[in-house]
Write a protein that binds this ligand. Structure first.
Ligand SMILES: NC(=O)C1=CN([C@@H]2O[C@H](COP(=O)(O)OP(=O)(O)OC[C@H]3O[C@@H](n4cnc5c(N)ncnc54)[C@H](O)[C@@H]3O)[C@@H](O)[C@H]2O)[C@@H](O)CC1
Ligand SMILES: Nc1ncnc2c1ncn2[C@@H]1O[C@H](COP(=O)(O)OP(=O)(O)O)[C@@H](O)[C@H]1O
Ligand SMILES: [K+]
Length: 492
């Protein structure tokens, strides 16, 4: 199940289902029972469960869960402020069906709780949480009991993943019908714990997946994942070219080149300025080195059509020469990956870059981190990274990939990486990612699928290595990543 919904799309699916004849109370009953099932499965031996119920339908789900838990023999402490009759209709109905005690929302609820259920706010979160409820959320987070969030941890925006005021840090989140984009986008992902999706009776045809981002996964890009052919040669696996920075900044290009080689490019060459040839040559073995000074040097190398993918940016230096080299490459035939300084060099001349991209057919993938993104696309509108990525992609109208982990091709297609790990926060890991994208494009993957697959592989490599990861380790984990994919494929 790869579709993701925004909170607004989920609301629409709810509405259409209800208009189609399924009462809202039935959906809410299914939702709340799903939450109770999760508690029963995870905490069969717990005795006391505290439920925090808010003023909307998320609270209604909480009342349903509370009823089922009471029936199953749990001791239930339910907190709710105000008059339950003033809840929205379905939630008021569910509050009336709950026969246990209802107390005010406050720290007393948490005192002997072995499990906490968060039904304060879900899709209807409309502003930052403040005051007494913010304090209660902080107390719940600190009290040490596991928290199960209903739909989305309270305080997390279900669409953007942003924290509004403060937010519940859940051990698990039970959501309905489909995951929401806020379950995957940072920081939201860090607050959700394991996300479980419960079927509440909304028919799948209401989905329009082309309009929704998908969590990135092998299923998203790997059916067309390249591998060596039985009768193939290295030339059929593409020839990737990486532009090196000056003598005192060559490591980033070598990291990228290693990423491209391990990602499967048949040949990889580092295009080096003359003054850095010796240092590059001294450090490379399977990867070749060629002299390429400035735009003419790059143009000469790219005149060879076998060099079918080119990466420029890592530690390349910001300025006129980098700008000219990018424009030369975009005029030539290869797939182009633009990272770091290649993007920043256009901060004051963005339109020149976008025009050159729009004028070509071959793929262009950009891999800006958030700072680089802001320099090029700081003025694009959108609340979430997904919307911003889509707006940016449509401006350059080419495949695009962000280290905010949201590659996007057209306005209508975006994927969000769910595989990254904080071990990737280490110098040079982005350079290796650029190289992995390059290696996949050299093997003929499209910009969108190549970028998607590379981001997944990058995260998977980091997961396999785990603690102590440095950028150099990432390419060396790719054989294990590939073996895992092969194993999964063989097992169907
Ligand atoms: N029929 C449906 O639409 C279904 C809805 N479901 C549940 O309903 C939830 C959405 O319900 P609602 O749309 O009622 O929204 P919520 O229950 O998330 O919250 C809306 C209420 O919270 C208040 N509020 C919003 N932000 C606040 C803040 N920062 N501080 C204080 N008050 C704030 C609003 O004024 C409103 O009263 C979903 O997340 C899901 O849990 C499920 O029961 C499935 C069926
Ligand atoms: N906390 C994190 N969780 C997941 N991924 C991360 C985290 N920190 C960094 N990354 C990933 O690591 C890479 C870092 O890229 P970047 O900042 O360009 O590094 P560098 O310029 O040092 O190569 C990106 O792919 C980013 O998504
Ligand atoms: K919640």
């Amino acid at each position: 199940m790869h579709e993701l919904l925004t909170a607004e799309e989920m609301g629409r699916a709810d509405r259409i289902t209800i208009e189609g004849g399924v009462p809202g109370a039935v959906l809410m009953e299914n939702a709340g029972r799903g939450v109770a099932d999760e508690i029963s499965a995870r905490f069969p031996d717990a005795s006391t469960v505290a439920l925090l119920c808010g003023p909307g339908n998320n609270g209604g789900d909480g009342f349903v869960a509370a009823r089922h838990l009471l029936e199953r023999g749990y001791r239930v402490r339910l907190g709710f402020d105000g008059d339950p009759a003033k809840l929205p209709a379905d939630a008021a109905h569910m509050a009336a069906r709950f026969k246990g005690a209802v107390g005010p929302l406050g720290p007393d609820l948490l005192a002997d709780a072995e499990v906490i259920v968060d039904g304060l706010f879900g899709a209807g979160l409309a502003r930052p949480i403040e005051g007494k409820l913010a304090a209660l959320i902080d107390q719940a987070n600190e009290c040490g009991a596991p928290i199960i969030a209903i739909d989305v941890p309270s305080g997390i925006d279900g669409t953007t993943g942003a924290v509004r005021g403060t937010a519940i840090g859940a051990s698990a989140t039970v959501t309905f019908f489909r995951r929401k984009s806020g379950h995957l986008l940072l920081p939201g992902r860090l607050y959700c714990g394991a996300v479980r999706v419960v079927d509440i009776g909304i028919p799948a045809p209401f989905l329009k997946p082309s309009l929704t981002p998908s969590p990135m996964s092998p299923a998203c890009g790997f059916p067309r994942f390249p591998g060596p052919r039985r009768r193939g040669t290295k030339y059929l696996r593409g020839h990737a070219l990486v532009a090196s920075g000056p003598m005192d900044a060559t490591g980033a290009a070598r990291l990228a080149a290693r990423g491209a080689l391990r990602a499967g490019a048949g040949l990889v060459t580092v295009a080096s300025p003359r003054n850095a040839l010796a240092v590059n040559a001294a450090q490379l073995t399977a990867i070749m080195v060629r002299e390429a000074d400035g735009p003419q040097g790059i143009a000469a190398l790219l005149a060879d059509p076998r060099k079918n993918a080119f990466l420029i940016g890592p530690a390349h230096g910001v300025g006129e020469e980098t700008r000219a080299m990018v424009l030369v490459a975009l005029k030539a035939g290869p797939a182009v990956v633009l990272d770091a300084d290649a993007l920043t060099s256009f901060a004051d001349d963005k339109e020149a870059l976008f025009e050159a991209i729009r004028a070509r057919e071959a793929p262009v993938v950009m891999t800006p981190h958030e700072g680089e993104f802001a320099r090029l696309f700081g003025d694009v509108a959108g609340d979430s990274k997904v919307e911003k990525a889509r707006a940016a992609a449509s401006r350059a109208a080419r495949p695009w990939c962000s280290k905010a982990r949201i590659p996007s091709r057209r306005r209508t297609q975006a994927v969000i990486d769910a595989n990254g790990t904080p071990w990737l926060a280490t110098a040079g890991s982005g350079d290796v990612l650029g190289g992995m994208v390059l290696g996949l494009l050299a093997q003929g993957m499209s910009g969108f699928l190549g970028a998607s697959a590379a981001v997944w592989m990058h995260g998977q490599a980091a997961r396999i290595f785990g603690p102590g990861l440095i950028a150099e380790d990432l390419p060396e984990m790719l054989p294990q990543v590939f073996r895992g994919l092969e194993r999964d494929r063989a097992q169907g």
